[in-house]
Design a protein around this ligand. Sequence first.
Ligand code: 3EB
Length: 327
Amino acid sequence: MSSGLHICLANDLAPPTAAHKLLLSFHFGRGPAPYDHPAIVSPHLHPIDRDLLFENWWVTDDVEFTTHNGMRIAECGDYAVVIFESDESDTDNHQQLTHDAYGRLLEVVNATEHPQLVKIWNYIGSINEGEGDEERYRQFSVGRALAFSESNLEDRAAPTGTGVGMMRHRGLSITALCSRCDFALAENPRQVSAFNYPRQYGPKSPKFGRAGSVVTRSQRLHLISGTAAIVGHESMHPGDTQAQLDETLRNLDTLCESVSEIDRAGPKLELDERSVLRVYLRAPDDYPVIARSLKERLGLGPDQVVFLQGDICRRELMLEIDGVRIQ
Ligand code: 3EB
């Protein structure tokens, strides 16, 4: 049976129809989630434009919840979700924490019936803390690269990704989406592939692909990785949020074209009212102008976009946007 995925922003866990089951729910808010459900991930990110929000991933078939290797697993017909959330007793050494978590996560993914990694959301405590190669993001990148190479995962097969800071001093929240269906990756011709970034950005390059599409029997799930104002491998318009938004939108447009080329028979991918985007802002005061621009440029409002306060992996970057769209 096909899973009939439906992704929507909501302020509760009310299913869109009686046939829908919760596969994954990202909880964004201050404090713990007001519900206890094994599909909920609480990555310590605050919405800027409201107090509480869920990004709910519903499917029309059954979901089974298990735990293994310290990970939570949700499985349905077409997809599996594997969740790692560190706790206070975990090490503060980010390279070791990430290496260990990713090693266990990749084992768990391989043990599901969904071996194809599609997307990994990484939320990292104090992401910009530490100087030079000691910065937490760079230490995280080293741990992830080591685990990927130990699993013989090639750079070109790295899933789509998001890497953003969370409003918590320590720790790591990793959510992996995987599938048993066909998956194709796409890169951005305006950008050097992240896995080929030069040494100046850290000892190991970030292992993620820019965009991709899962093809199930009934749907296409398009995924856009965290996208920022990077051209080539360089950050553009340091500190200038409005100019970075323009550059990011050019990158998103190019990515949509790249994704559309995977499947020329299908319609061109557009980030329209059927997409769900996350906009991460380093400076929450930038929210009004960025929200207005997104409304004017893409026609997207609070039903499709969540604005989250989060630090971006490079200190000069003010925003990052990621998103999904089902076709
Ligand atoms: C970039 O393009 C911006 O390390 O998993 C975006 C998406 C970014 C994912 C990651 C990092 C990651 O390099 C940063």
